[in-house]
Design a protein around this ligand. Structure first.
Ligand SMILES: Cc1cc2nc3c(=O)[nH]c(=O)nc-3n(C[C@H](O)[C@H](O)[C@H](O)COP(=O)(O)OP(=O)(O)OC[C@H]3O[C@@H](n4cnc5c(N)ncnc54)[C@H](O)[C@@H]3O)c2cc1C
Length: 250
């Protein structure tokens, strides 16, 4: 009923005060923030939030961050990469401490989402921090007990830059993870370091004949290149959903 949908949408536009309850370092420069958000309306894997910081003099800055975990009551998780000359990410990864408040608004976005009742196989293609919303999909699949087969192609510069490394190494039946290194690979790694190529997606993603849902996320250049490769392999562009992690000041 339209009458019930409208209040739900308005709720998502409200700023809420969240509190940091836990942190986990994914790498020396990226940190997962576990937030308690009283009255959180729930979310779908793939959605993001807006985070607003306000200084004592009233100056405020706002950025978008993907929800990295499956829905879990009033708890939400974000993983933030420190951009050294940035305004917001150095605060969130270095200063923001357990017990501190922050304003958040969301969930935002309705297209780049995976729903647990979708039976199609899934190819996830992540570049760097773009793994965050794709990890939410992997976690939502597990939380829902879904048997839909997932393949995650995860491009990072070096092995030390992998997020969620322990969790992605643990067996999760039906989820295959293919790390790809662009600058330096572990000793003996079969694929030489280099950018994502057509052969990587041909070998590790589901073939177009399976009509997979494809989700691609990362820096703008990575997303455009990966989406072009998927189309070149024969994937229907309507089955490719993309999320670009460009700068989000405002
Ligand atoms: C939908 C969406 C979801 C996002 N989810 C995440 C997430 O889960 N985790 C995460 O770490 N980031 C995410 N981002 C990026 C995030 O919103 C910020 O842009 C990032 O944290 C930098 O903010 P900042 O204030 O530290 O830097 P700014 O002060 O905004 O910028 C400082 C400098 O860094 C450059 N810069 C800013 N952002 C980026 C970027 N993303 N890549 C490369 N250079 C950049 C700027 O051009 C500038 O030179 C997301 C962006 C979008 C649009």
């Amino acid at each position: 009923m339209a009458g019930t949908a409208v209040p739900g949408r308005l709720t998502r536009l409200e700023w809420r005060v969240a509190r940091l309850v836990e942190t986990r370092d994914e790498t020396p420069t990226a940190r997962t923030l576990v937030l308690d958000v009283p009255g959180w309306p729930g979310h779908l894997a793939g959605q993001h939030v807006d985070v607003r910081l306000t200084a004592a003099d009233g100056y405020s800055a706002q950025r978008s961050y993907s929800l990295a975990a499956a829905p879990d009551g009033d708890r939400v998780e974000l993983t933030v990469q420190n951009v050294p000359d940035g305004e917001v990410s150095p605060y969130l990864t270095g200063v923001f401490s357990v017990g501190d408040p922050v304003e958040i608004r969301g969930p935002v976005g309705g297209w780049f989402v995976w729903r647990p009742d979708d039976p199609a196989p899934v190819t996830l293609v992540a570049g760097g921090a773009g793994v965050a919303p794709l990890m939410a999909m992997v976690r939502a699949r597990r939380a829902a007990g879904s048997r839909v087969p997932f393949r995650l192609v995860y491009s990072v510069r070096t092995p030390d830059e992998r997020w969620y490394a322990g969790e992605l190494r643990r067996p999760d039946p039906g989820v295959e993870v293919f790390p790809l290194y662009t600058r330096a690979a572990p000793d003996g790694w079969p694929r030489p370091p280099g950018r994502l190529a057509k052969g990587d997606l041909a070998g590790w993603g589901w073939p177009p004949e399976f009509d997979p849902a494809c989700f691609v996320c990362g820096p703008t250049g990575f997303v455009e290149a990966a989406a072009d490769l998927l189309v070149a392999l024969g994937h229907d562009p309507r089955r490719i959903r993309t999320e670009r992690f460009g700068p989000t000041g405002g």
